[in-house]
Ligand binder design. Structure first.
Ligand code: HEC
Ligand code: HEC
Length: 250
């Protein structure tokens, strides 16, 4: 089972082409589990392809084998939802794999030791402080934007309505050091997941024409700090850069 998973992950159109960081010559830093950078997460086309190692917060450390298998078959699970370039991977490829094959991939990925994340305390869900801020948003500019534009889908408790609407509390993409995916998905929304021919009912909307760089940075800073996520603030200058870099695709 492990060997089959390794073969599928490393084979044609392999997962590492997006998920493994690249070196100065644009070469993938590792092609299999013998290299410590392997599948440890990488920036690609203004997205950040998530850490797929056992890293406890930004990686798959808190996901079970069935969680990983469900994500590849359905594009969503209780932790996260596919967006960005991962949507076409699920739409055109992994949902068509057999249950045996997605389980083999999950078994293999779950065997990868933690890499690519600075040591940190294991994430633990804490709703209270964040929910209090949402009750008096004037005290926090990010809470104000979240209240008006994000809360009805992602919830005051940050748990969304998984797997339909992505949770933001404890979500590995939200906890990752690199915020490119969060900025890009908030500016440009997500391509629609189509599972068994049925498009997702409430995809993430684009806010590039609705919110300015500062408002998006504030909302994401609020999300990164909220529910005990403990991830660093997002800068308006990074939102401006992504807005410019992704303008052509809008
Ligand atoms: C074209 C680039 C690309 C390829 C190829 C790709 N991915 Fe991804 N993947 C991404 C991006 C970008 C994200 C972050 C957005 C998201 O979570 O959906 C992601 C997210 C994920 C996640 C969710 C992680 C999390 O913490 O939310 C899993 C699991 C995953 N990919 C597995 C795979 C596997 C297994 C393969 C190979 C079969 C693969 N990916 C191939 C781009 C890619
Ligand atoms: C109409 C419902 C809706 C609204 C409103 C909405 N989102 Fe989303 N959001 C989604 C869905 C659904 C996803 C999962 C990707 C997909 O399926 O399109 C998502 C994904 C995300 C993600 C990536 C989560 C992951 O899985 O890693 C972030 C970050 C995010 N939204 C932030 C925001 C912010 C910030 C706002 C407010 C400015 C907002 N969203 C408003 C529905 C919504």
């Amino acid at each position: 089972m492990w060997n089959r998973g390794a073969y599928l992950v490393q084979g044609l159109g392999h997962c590492g082409s997006c998920h493994t960081p690249r070196g100065v010559g644009f070469q993938e830093k590792a092609l299999d589990e013998s290299g410590s950078a392997y599948l440890s997460g990488a920036p690609i086309d203004n997205w950040f392809a998530a850490n797929l190692t056992g890293a406890p917060n930004a990686g798959l450390g808190r996901w079970s084998e069935p969680d990983v298998a469900q994500f590849l078959k359905r594009g969503a699970n209780r932790h996260a939802t596919a967006f960005g370039s991962m949507v076409s991977v699920v739409n055109h490829s992994t949902q068509a794999l057999t249950d045996g094959d997605v389980t083999a991939i999950a078994r293999y990925l779950k065997s990868l030791p933690a890499a690519g994340e600075a040591p940190a305390a294991l994430y633990r869900y804490m709703p209270d402080a964040t929910q209090a801020l949402l009750g008096r948003p004037a005290n926090d500019p990010g809470a104000k934007v979240y209240n008006a534009y994000c809360l009805h889908c992602h919830g005051a408790d940050g748990r969304g309505y998984a797997p339909l609407l992505a949770p933001l509390a404890g979500n590995p993409n939200v906890l990752a050091a690199n915020p490119s995916s969060l900025i890009n998905v908030t500016l440009n929304g997500s391509d629609v997941l189509v599972i068994d021919g049925v498009p997702s009912a409430y995809p993430m909307p684009a806010f590039s024409n609705v919110l300015n760089d500062r408002q998006i940075a504030d909302a994401l800073t609020f999300v990164r700090a909220g529910w005990n996520n403990g991830a660093p603030a997002v800068q308006a200058s990074d939102v401006a850069k992504s807005r410019k870099a992704t303008a052509a695709s809008r």
